[in-house]
Ligand binder design. Sequence first.
Ligand code: DAU
Length: 333
Amino acid sequence: MAKILITGGSGFIGSNFIRYWGEKYPNDALTNLDRLTYASQGSAALKKSKVRFVKGDICDKKLVEKLMKGMETVVHFAAETHVDRSIQDSQIFLKTNVLGTQTLLEAARKNNVSKFIFISTDEVYGSIDKGTFSEYSPLRPNSPYAASKASGDLLCRSYWVTYKFPVIVTRCCNNYGPAQFPEKVIPLFISNLMEDKKVPLYGKGANVREWIHVDDHASAVEQVLAKGEPGEIYNIGTGEELNNRELTKKIIAALGKDESWIEPVQDRPGHDLRYALDSSKLRALGWKPKTNFDEGLRQTVEWYKNNVSWWKKIKQKGAYKSYIKKQYAGRSK
Ligand code: DAU
């Protein structure tokens, strides 16, 4: 029985990871440390999981040190993740993504944790017009969010080089799937269309993202835990690239609507044009994604259709409404 601390296990990727892990390894003892922020809405994915839940902040040194005792593995998902929010106000991004990561690394090192996985992101590399980023590409983050993740990512490297603390970094492309908070493009657009609202497409819709189903991200982390080398970095990508206009058309078609539902809006400042990863290093460990984008999108739309009360409850909250207003009001082109 492995003892695993999952941080941010109530968020989108963390909660899907807990569900995935719980189904495959029901005897492992999982602890989920989560601050329950606005984005901690993963209970929909966690319905059947057996996991010890601890409400708390990864920046809380005392709590983190207590929880780390006897832990063998840490999978660190907890983060502020939304680029647009980091453009509005970046302080909490620095606190959670940098200081929170440092607090965890330090407590884990002191308690001889034998594996620490840091869930980083492809955004640390910045934008690439052609070709792909490898794990050796320079880090050129362009948003405050990406800069905060790059800082946490580099801190992990320093713990390996300085202390030989066995940390592994994964850098994944854009995730989608069930119970993703409806501020990210896919769930925002699906739920807007279901409410007969237009979908706000930034700029020309020419920006390209590489998409992965959240379960394929979970299986990639599983593979890294089983076969990854300490001190190494692994890109997690599918090669399934789409520009935002193509993506939007697919979502619209899945909801049986037409392109008149697209509302072009002013672009995101500093908007990265394209992310694309070379994930051959991870594939050499034996991993490959299972769900192609069209099938994954079909399942995801199904999930949002079957869980209307989950996203409606979120979208009705005052804090959500004021975020949306601040983000989109007056941006129509
Ligand atoms: O690449 C991995 C990253 O993917 C993660 O590290 C981030 O935490 C995650 O938020 C995501 O970042 P993006 O900025 O790529 O995701 P988002 O869903 O915000 O936007 C995806 C694309 O869609 C991006 O090019 C901006 C565009 N977009 C987004 C929103 C919210 C729109 O055109 N309209 C929108 O309303």
